[in-house]
Design a binder for this molecule. Structure first.
Ligand SMILES: Cc1cc2nc3c(=O)[nH]c(=O)nc-3n(C[C@H](O)[C@H](O)[C@H](O)COP(=O)(O)O)c2cc1C
Length: 354
């Protein structure tokens, strides 16, 4: 039996295998409401056999969008549009997750395929928010959040969790990575606050942990709560793997079930040693030292590589992003490659390799 295709039970939810579709922004909706594209894109990956399909970063508020085209979860209408997509994916055996996010100081930009630049006022820019008025690279400086703003952000995350539940998602992932709002509280490079939310590691972790606890109050104990972190900023004086281990321990105590260990995104000039499985070693360290299940992500493309990552105890799950765009049926092909007999959708049964 391959480890990749061994089912995994987390809380009350059983995954048919250890393969996740990593959250990927589609920048394909003008109003944050999922549409045909999402049904086809996400649905294909459920049909393709993934254990978990994680819906892209979904903004908890309009100002928390990366771009005007982001998916949102700040209104009931947005949750209602996701519900039939979740239902379709479940029919094909996938467990559905959604990543809830606030882009912070990296908000108000154009979609990558529309240039990716910070929006001008004529393009409909909005005021971005951050722990401090420290800009991301050449982006406009964010407004530093005041105490009342922090309460609003917490409430937005809580309401997003409630809506995700109403759409029948079974996994909720909070986005603490890639330089977005919650990560920017963690990193000393973006958080220069002098109140109890800045300075020491303890203080910098305070707000993200408050958000996680607020969400955990709403998200049922029986369902898995995941957190995606950037395990390092890859930058001098920034967030690092030691801090990630400590944060992961705190997240575990706050009721988080799985750490999804990504990296980077906090500063545009980070030097990242990108290569096959380049983030896996830190995931393995978090798994070992914080004693919590982890997802390894980052240039995992080959079934044998994925199997090796799990067999060697480096991770509990693997998450694939770009490879899943190249091939939505990657899990079905991987099963064949690893000699596993998995069910194909009845409609495609005649194409199954024998
Ligand atoms: C088109 C695209 C959109 C992405 N959007 C998100 C996102 O919404 N949330 C997130 O945490 N990561 C996002 N990522 C990062 C991926 O989830 C993943 O961590 C990264 O691409 C590394 O995995 P890979 O080498 O398998 O592509 C995105 C990546 C791509 C290529």
């Amino acid at each position: 039996m391959s480890r990749l295709f061994e089912p995994l039970k987390i809380k009350t939810v059983t995954l048919r295998n250890r393969i996740c579709v990593s959250p990927m922004c589609q920048y394909s909706t003008p109003d944050g409401v999922a549409g045909d594209w999402h049904m086809v894109h996400l649905g294909s990956r459920a049909v393709g056999g993934a254990g978990v399909v994680m819906v892209e970063a979904s903004a908890v508020s309009p100002e928390g969008r990366i771009t005007p085209d982001d998916l949102g979860i700040w209104s009931d209408r947005q949750a209602e549009a996701l519900a039939p997509i979740v239902s379709f994916m479940q029919r094909f055996g996938a467990v559905c997750g959604i990543q809830i996010a606030h882009a912070g100081r990296k908000a108000s930009t154009a979609a990558p395929f529309k240039g990716g630049h910070p929006l001008s006022s004529s393009e409909g820019s909005w005021q971005t928010l951050g722990p401090s008025a420290v800009p991301f690279g050449h982006y406009p400086a964010p407004r530093a959040l005041e105490k009342t703003d922090l309460d609003k952000v917490k409430n937005d995350f809580r309401d997003a969790a409630r809506r995700a539940l109403s759409a029948r998602f079974e996994i909720l992932e909070i986005h603490l990575a890639h330089g977005y709002l919650l990560h920017s509280f963690l990193s000393p490079l973006s958080n220069r606050r002098t109140d109890e939310y800045g300075g020491s590691l303890e203080n910098r972790m305070r707000f993200p942990l408050e958000v996680v606890r607020t969400v955990r109050e709403i998200w049922p104990e029986t369902l898995p709560l995941w957190v995606r972190i950037s395990s390092t900023d890859w930058a001098e004086g920034g967030w690092d793997p030691d801090m990630s281990v400590e944060l992961s321990r705190r997240l575990k105590s706050a009721g988080v079930d799985v750490i999804d260990a990504s990296s980077g995104g906090l500063t545009p000039d980070a030097v990242i040693p990108v290569g096959p499985g380049y983030q896996t070693a830190i995931a393995a360290r978090i798994r070992r030292e914080a004693d919590i299940p982890v997802v390894a992500v980052g240039m995992i493309t080959d079934p044998v590589q994925a199997e090796h990552t799990l067999m060697t105890g480096q991770a509990d799950l693997v998450s694939l992003a770009r490879e899943m765009l190249r091939d939505p049926y990657w899990p079905l092909h991987a099963a064949h490659r690893l000699g596993q007999n998995v069910a194909w959708p009845a409609q495609y049964e005649r194409a199954k390799p024998r």
